[in-house]
Design a protein around this ligand. Structure first.
Ligand SMILES: NC(=O)c1ccc[n+]([C@@H]2O[C@H](COP(=O)([O-])OP(=O)(O)OC[C@H]3O[C@@H](n4cnc5c(N)ncnc54)[C@H](O)[C@@H]3O)[C@@H](O)[C@H]2O)c1
Length: 419
């Protein structure tokens, strides 16, 4: 059976891509190394927030099937690689999934195919990592026998206004013809395409986007640390600065940064630059500041408990929202982890409430979950608002008897302390 598209890696990026392609009428097959992911999708179950079971049903009705058969991508005209690029031991970039997926594609590569890498990685990955594996494993040449492209994903989980179809997408190719084929492919379901000069520019653009967020979050975090020390109301500072209609993009301080992108991607850039003898000082400084934030939150929490006359060892603290961003189920790299860990180290009993995250493990130990918000607040001496999920309306959280440490800057009241 032939297909228009094979998606390699059916996670937070690959599954929405497959959904968009199916909706545009492309016959799509999804390949994943996880049997659980494949079996779940073929039973109509989505494992990705923002893609519902109804979406999977519609995809299946349009002919989508998930498979762990590594030869399946060979049936497609276009193969898009969406596998993880996380960090290995010691926080170093781990490209093993990209290499593994490239080997899978190389084994079934056919002349005329378009292969696109979407995984975020350092500049040079498409040309220096993916290309040699594809060429070496197939005997075919990129740009001559098959087309090779890079197109970073810009998905923003939980964003109701911008999805794949209406977010401009950067596209690049190893040759102008490769880029042309990639544009023709994405043009079937993405409204605006931006063609970069080459794959390295597209790879770097993605890292710049995420490094920009990282550095600016670190800046407001450091402003918050300074304001805390000097008694300046950082939230009022942010409100005032944010009224400038030009030249100022607002960011908010918090307990740290989480997710699979913002804390991870700058490490790819920094490590690559370091290997080339270039020191990215902005990234190093941002990393240092952001890493201080969970401990700062723990320190503020202990200070509040002290004022209440509750030594941490006798106190119950409930974390509100352990996902890394509002109204999503993704808790990867969430700063709630180090916050919980730091509070436990001081002897506090720590629980969490998050309607989106059914399980949350810290240092290998599951954190007890509270399903009911009022019950969670009733049990706690202190609640820490870590994530502004829409369920945390200020009236409910400020009406509670317990103290509240608000790291999102939205609550007010006699028992509320802002970060
Ligand atoms: N999650 C986001 O919001 C986001 C946004 C933009 C870019 N990205 C980037 O996209 C890439 C994918 O991220 P994600 O969040 O979708 O990851 P994910 O962990 O949600 O999903 C990755 C999937 O790939 C599968 N996989 C792993 N190795 C494989 C292999 N060799 N062959 C086939 N399947 C394999 C896994 O089983 C998993 O199902 C990463 O490079 C990430 O940095 C992610």
């Amino acid at each position: 059976m032939t297909a228009d598209l094979a998606v390699i890696g059916l996670g937070h990026v690959g599954l929405p891509l497959a959904r968009a392609a199916c909706a545009a009428g492309l016959t799509t097959v999804g390949y994943d190394v996880s049997d659980a992911v494949v079996a779940g999708l073929n039973r109509g179950r989505s494992h990705v927030g923002g893609v519902g079971d109804g979406d999977v049903a519609a995809m299946r009705a349009a002919g989508f099937r998930a498979t762990s058969d590594a030869t399946a991508p060979g049936s497609a005209d276009t193969v898009v690689i969406c596998v993880p690029t996380g960090l290995g031991a010691g926080g170093t970039p781990d490209l093993s999934a990209v290499r593994d997926a490239s080997r899978t594609v190389a084994r079934c590569l056919r002349p005329g195919m378009l292969v696109v890498l979407e995984s975020t990685s350092h500049p040079g990955t498409t040309e220096e990592v993916v290309r040699p594996i594809l060429e070496g494993g197939s005997g075919l040449r990129a740009g001559a026998d098959f087309h090779l492209a890079y197109s970073p994903e810009r998905i923003d989980p939980g964003n109701r206004h911008f999805g794949l179809h209406n977010t401009p997408k950067v596209v690049s190719g190893c040759t102008p013809l490769c880029a042309k084929h990639a544009v023709a492919f994405y043009g079937r379901f993405v409204r605006t395409l931006v063609v970069s000069r080459g794959t390295r520019e597209a790879e770097m653009a993605k890292l710049l986007e995420n490094a920009y967020r990282y550095v600016n979050i670190a800046l407001v975090d450091e402003v918050a640390l300074y304001c805390d020390r000097t008694g300046i109301d950082v939230w009022d500072v942010l409100h005032c600065a944010g009224t400038k209609p030009f030249g100022f993009a607002p960011f908010r301080p918090g307990a740290g940064v989480g997710g699979h992108c913002i804390p991870v991607d700058p490490r790819y850039l920094a490590a690559r630059a370091e290997a080339e003898g270039f020191s990215f000082r902005m990234l190093a400084a941002a990393h240092e500041v952001v890493a201080r934030m969970p401990e700062h939150v723990v320190g503020r929490a202990v200070g509040i408990l002290d004022e209440l006359g509750r030594p941490p060892e006798t106190a119950t603290v409930v974390l509100l929202g352990v996902a890394y961003k509002p109204d999503v189920a993704d808790a990867r790299e969430s700063p709630a982890g180090p916050v919980a860990s730091g509070l436990r180290d001081r002897g506090a009993t720590v629980r969490y409430h998050d309607p989106h995250v059914p399980e949350f493990t810290v240092d290998g130990v599951p954190l007890p979950r509270e399903k009911s918000l009022p019950a969670a607040l009733a049990k706690a001496d202190l609640a820490i608002l870590l994530q502004d999920h829409s369920c945390y309306d200020t009236t409910t959280v400020t009406r509670a008897e317990c103290a509240l440490l608000d790291t999102r800057g939205k609550a007010s009241g006699p028992r509320v302390t802002l970060l």
